[in-house]
Design a protein around this ligand. Structure first.
Ligand SMILES: [Zn+2]
Length: 272
């Protein structure tokens, strides 16, 4: 019977396609489990590092690592305290600064982070870096990249992941993963997150930076600087996928006290 067959399929899809976003409690689309996505993301990340100039040993590079470690720690503390211990078990955090004029930064699933030197002047200082880092890590933790891929693309990636060894994956699949998880400009495809994902990442990111000991009041200022820099001839990568609207700035200002309150639960009372 047709309807029964449909129901079986619908049920099956429901079972494989939902994961819980720990920050919102919402069910989200996850046709491909992290156990399949992460190895591909890790490989893509290593390839990216191999093809770009990684800055090592400078104070800026050290700063990216320091902030990254603090944000990672904050994520872990928050997740553990909220009943999601083990959520990051497949994560292999890495924080790299890459020599590139592009105003951009991203975090691939599994905690693979890249900051471009071009974003440093706008981030201005360690707290500004923390605001960007918190936001990008929030996208990764909330699995926004997976939801950024279309169902058809997810099926293709899943197909490749199960059918062949990871190193043999097609160019097209690499592109799908790359654009979905942050390396957009590498492939000439800018794929903005949805407005709801942006709002979610702003709110979560604000909490992460506060728990990490950074002043969440500074997030709104960071986006003000982004806004001031969004003019000019070529729209920088980060700004074209992250429009700095007045709504965003207003939200961040409004949510900062709640982020500080959240941080206090973790014994964090001073913010730099
Ligand atoms: Zn974003």
């Amino acid at each position: 019977m047709k309807i029964r067959k449909y129901l079986v399929w619908a049920t099956a899809i429901l079972f494989i396609s939902c994961a819980t976003n720990p920050f919102t409690g919402k069910q989200t689309l996850a046709l491909v489990p992290n156990s399949q996505i992460l190895p591909m993301a890790f490989q893509q990340y290593n390839q990216f590092l191999g093809e770009n100039k990684v800055v090592k040993g400078t104070s800026d590079a050290e700063m990216i690592k320091r902030v990254g470690q603090k944000i990672a720690k904050a994520s872990e503390r928050w997740l553990n305290a909220n009943g999601y211990a083990g959520y990051l078990k497949d994560y292999q955090w890495e924080y790299n600064l890459v020599e590139d004029k592009a105003v951009n930064a991203w975090c691939m699933p599994g905690g693979k982070i890249v900051f471009y030197t071009g974003i440093l002047p706008i981030a201005k200082d360690e707290t500004g870096i923390a605001a960007v880092m918190g936001h990008e890590v929030a996208h990764a933790l909330a699995n926004h990249g997976q939801q950024r891929m279309s169902a058809a693309q997810i099926q293709q990636v899943a197909g490749v992941a199960t059918a062949v060894a990871i190193q043999n994956k097609s160019q097209e699949t690499q592109q799908i993963i790359g654009t979905a998880f942050g390396l957009g400009s590498q492939f000439g495809v800018m794929l903005p997150f949805s407005r709801s994902h942006e709002t979610e990442a702003d709110r979560i990111g604000l909490q992460l930076m506060a728990i990490a000991g950074y002043n969440p009041d500074e997030a709104a200022n960071l986006w003000r600087r982004m806004k001031a820099n969004s003019g000019g001839q070529a729209p920088p990568e980060f700004m074209s996928t992250h429009p700095s609207s007045d709504t965003r700035i207003r939200n961040l200002t409004e949510w900062a006290p709640a982020a500080k309150a959240e941080a206090r639960k973790f014994g964090v009372t001073t913010f730099k």
